[in-house]
Design a protein around this ligand. Structure first.
Ligand code: SD4
Length: 341
C-alpha cells in the first residue's frame, strides 16, 4: 500500500505529466490570444495601440505596425526622428517587419522619414527585396508617398549630442541598471548622463492564431555613420515562424547579429523550450563567447510561442517588457545572468 509520503511524492512527479496530458487532449495547450508583447516600459503605450487592432479582430501584422508607429511618433531617446543621432549628428533609423508567411521587409540607415516601420512594410509588400538602405531606402520612401522631414534634432537629442561631443567617447554600453534607480524599472540614463537604450521590438498573435513582429530604432546613440545594428536584420533583431513562435531583441546589436539571436531563440522553442528558456539559452550563447566582455554590455531577448506564452532573458539586470492580452496589461522584469551594479 502507498504511504502518505510516497503518495505525495508520486503525485508531485505525476503533476507535470497530467498537465501535459490535459493540454494534449485538446491537441493544443490553452492559447492566450490575441496578445501583444513589446520591449521596455515604453511598450505599454505601444501595446495599447496594437491592441486597438487586435481587439477589433484585426491582423497581427497591422497591430505591430500600428504599435511601432506609436513610438515613432514620440520623442524617445532611441526610436524615431526624435532619437539620438550618430557620431556625425545625423539621426538614422533602422526597422523591420515580418508576418506569418515569412514575408519580411526592412530599412536601415534611413534619414528624415518619420515612420520607418511603414517603409519596411512597403519594402515587404511592393518589392521582391527584403532590405533597403540609406539613400536608396529614402528614395523608395519618397516614391511611395512618405514625406521628407527636416532632419532637425529633437531638443533632447540636441542636448545629449552636445554633451557627448565634449568627450566624443565611443562607449556602447547599453541598459545596465545603475544603483541610482529611481523606481522599479531601469532609468533612461546613466549617472554620467550617457544614454541608455530603448529599441522597440514587438510581437503579436491575433485571433486567427497568426504571429507577426516589428522592430524600430534609431540604433545605438552616437554610432559610426553607416553602422547598422541587429534591429533591421531578420533573424537577428526579429524572427517570426508561424509554426513555432517569434522573438525580438534589444541591446548591443553586434552581439545579437553574431549569434543570429532571434532565429536561434525561435529554433530553441522549436526544440520544445519555453520562450523564457529559449531566450536564456541565446543569452548564454553570447556570454560563452566572451564572458568578461558580456559583463560590460546588455542584450535582452523577448519571445512568444504559438500558445501565447511569453518570456524574456537578458545579460544584465534592467531589461523590462510590456504585455497586453485579455488577461493582463503590465510591465514585467526580465530574468538576467549578471546583476553587476
Ligand atoms: C542596435 N539593438 O542598434 C540596437 C540598440 C538597442 O536598446 O536595442 N537599444 O544595436
Amino acid at each position: 500500500m502507498l504511504n502518505r509520503r510516497k503518495f505525495l511524492h508520486l503525485s508531485a512527479l505525476a503533476a507535470p505529466l497530467l498537465a501535459a496530458k490535459r493540454s494534449f487532449a485538446n491537441g493544443l495547450a490553452e492559447t492566450t490570444k490575441p496578445i501583444v508583447i513589446s520591449t521596455w516600459d515604453s511598450g505599454m503605450a505601444v501595446n495599447a495601440e496594437a491592441w486597438k487592432v487586435l481587439s477589433a479582430n484585426g491582423k497581427a501584422l497591422d497591430a505591430v505596425e500600428a504599435g511601432a508607429r506609436q513610438i515613432e511618433d514620440t520623442i524617445n531617446c532611441c526610436v524615431g526622428l526624435g532619437g539620438y543621432p550618430d557620431r556625425d549628428g545625423i539621426v538614422t533609423l533602422d526597422s523591420c517587419i515580418m508576418d506569418e508567411h515569412a514575408n519580411c521587409g526592412a530599412v536601415a540607415g534611413l534619414e528624415r522619414i518619420k515612420h520607418p516601420v511603414s517603409v519596411a512594410r512597403r519594402v515587404m509588400e511592393k518589392t521582391p527585396h527584403v532590405i533597403l538602405v540609406g539613400a536608396g531606402a529614402q528614395q523608395f520612401a519618397l516614391e511611395n508617398g512618405f514625406s521628407l522631414e527636416t532632419g532637425a534634432l529633437s531638443e533632447d537629442a540636441k542636448k545629449a549630442y552636445a554633451e557627448w561631443l565634449k568627450k566624443t567617447e565611443y562607449k556602447p554600453v547599453i541598459n545596465i541598471e545603475t544603483r541610482k534607480t529611481n523606481g522599479p524599472f531601469a532609468p533612461k540614463f546613466f549617472d554620467d548622463g550617457s544614454p541608455n537604450h530603448d529599441t522597440m521590438g514587438l510581437l503579436a498573435m491575433d485571433n486567427a492564431n497568426n504571429l507577426s513582429g516589428a522592430v524600430t530604432t534609431s540604433g545605438m546613440a552616437f554610432k559610426l555613420h553607416g553602422r547598422v545594428g541587429d534591429s533591421p536584420i531578420i533573424g537577428a533583431g526579429l524572427f517570426v515562424d508561424n509554426e513555432v513562435g517569434a522573438a525580438t531583441s534589444s541591446g548591443v546589436g553586434e552581439e545579437v547579429i553574431r549569434i543570429c539571436g532571434t532565429h536561434l531563440v525561435v529554433e530553441f522553442m522549436r526544440q520544445g523550450l519555453s520562450p523564457e528558456q529559449a531566450c536564456q539559452k541565446a543569452v548564454e550563447r553570447i556570454i560563452k563567447r566572451d564572458r568578461e566582455k558580456a559583463k560590460t554590455m546588455q542584450v535582452g531577448f523577448l519571445a512568444m510561442n504559438k500558445n501565447g506564452e511569453y518570456g524574456a532573458y537578458a545579460i544584465q539586470r534592467g531589461f523590462v517588457y510590456s504585455v497586453k492580452s485579455d488577461k493582463e496589461n503590465q510591465i514585467h522584469n526580465s530574468k538576467y545572468i549578471f546583476a553587476i551594479n
